[in-house]
Design a binder for this molecule. Structure first.
Ligand SMILES: Nc1ncnc2c1ncn2[C@@H]1O[C@H](COP(=O)(O)OP(=O)(O)OP(=O)(O)O)[C@@H](O)[C@H]1O
Ligand SMILES: [Mg+2]
Length: 282
């Protein structure tokens, strides 16, 4: 949170910075981007997410970032934002002129990247600008190249960028991602799993778990390794635990279950019961 607050304070003071949140699945990267968005009062926030099945959609993430803003804009804003080098960005999005596509119409890809860079600069002249990009490992090639250009220049522009990516996930364009992470202006942030004490506090925020026993929180911590998504599914009681962990999940449930529902409070218990009755049947 301190890194986020420092970055947001920097954006408000006109400094451009880039933060790369990197960590395994479920560790809380998207939640941190959400929090950055919530704390970004007074800034213009544009957000996009890479898609597992959309990484071949040219400029897909760039479109997600800018299209909603441009479609809502007034004529006066469009005239201010889309002129000179950024005019090509408007044409590509079919705003303020004719539509086109990146490939096949003889459009210079470098000019397109530069056009969207200048569009971001024009927006930032109206209001401090924060770009949030999630699931960077699935971002399309053209958007990634544009991002590399942006990140190299943000220091001069007052635009800040926060991206989130899975560690150890090579992604579709792994070498570009690695190149981005190595840029001197990119700060890396690696969220850690919750500690036992953190898990204990987290578990007690769940409705109905305010008075959970420490043993229950310890069992949750043991099962989840402190990974927030595992804890979340424990709470939602829907997904159950990986097979080898069911007996331990049952132990965790038994520690919590209210009298009368003992051993039948969650999917961990259900799975354990199903397995037991299934093996009896065979
Ligand atoms: N600090 C937190 N406190 C409480 N819950 C959290 C926290 N961070 C994350 N969570 C919860 O944990 C789950 C996983 O978090 P999140 O989706 O942010 O993970 P992720 O790192 O983005 O995962 P992925 O790589 O799969 O996108 C979510 O349900 C989220 O609500
Ligand atoms: Mg995520």
């Amino acid at each position: 949170m301190a890194a986020l607050d420092a970055l947001l304070a920097g954006v408000r003071a006109g400094q451009g910075r880039t933060l790369m949140i990197e960590g395994p699945a479920g560790i809380g990267k998207t939640a941190l981007l959400d929090e950055a968005g919530r704390r970004a009062g007074g800034l213009m926030v544009l957000r996009a997410t890479g898609g597992e099945f959309e990484h071949d959609l040219a400029l897909g993430v760039v479109r997600q970032l800018f299209e909603p803003m441009l479609w809502r804009a007034t004529e006066a804003q469009l005239a201010r934002w889309l002129h000179g080098p950024s005019e090509i960005a408007g044409r590509l999005l079919g705003v303020g002129g004719s539509d086109a596509s990146v490939h096949g119409l003889g459009i210079d890809e470098a000019a397109v990247r530069s056009g969207f860079y200048w569009l971001a600069v024009a927006l930032a002249e109206d209001s401090p600008l924060l770009l949030l990009i999630d699931d960077l490992h699935w971002v399309d090639l053209e958007s990634l190249r544009w991002l590399l250009l942006m990140v190299r220049k943000v220091r001069d522009t007052g635009i800040s960028v926060i991206v989130a990516t899975r560690a150890g996930e090579p992604g579709v364009h792994g070498s570009l991602l690695a190149g981005l992470a190595r840029l001197p202006d990119v700060e890396l942030l690696s969220p850690l799993p919750l500690s036992a004490a953190g898990t204990d506090r987290f578990v007690r925020t769940w409705p109905g778990f305010e008075a959970a026993r420490t043993e229950f929180a310890d069992a949750c911590h043991e099962l989840s390794g402190g990974t927030r998504s595992c804890l979340q599914s424990c709470w939602e009681r829907q997904r159950g635990w990986a097979w080898g962990q069911v007996a331990r999940a049952r132990r965790a449930c038994e520690l919590w279950c209210p009298k009368g529902s003992r051993g039948r409070c969650c999917s961990g218990c259900d799975g354990w019961d199903r397995r037991r009755s299934g093996s009896r049947g065979r």
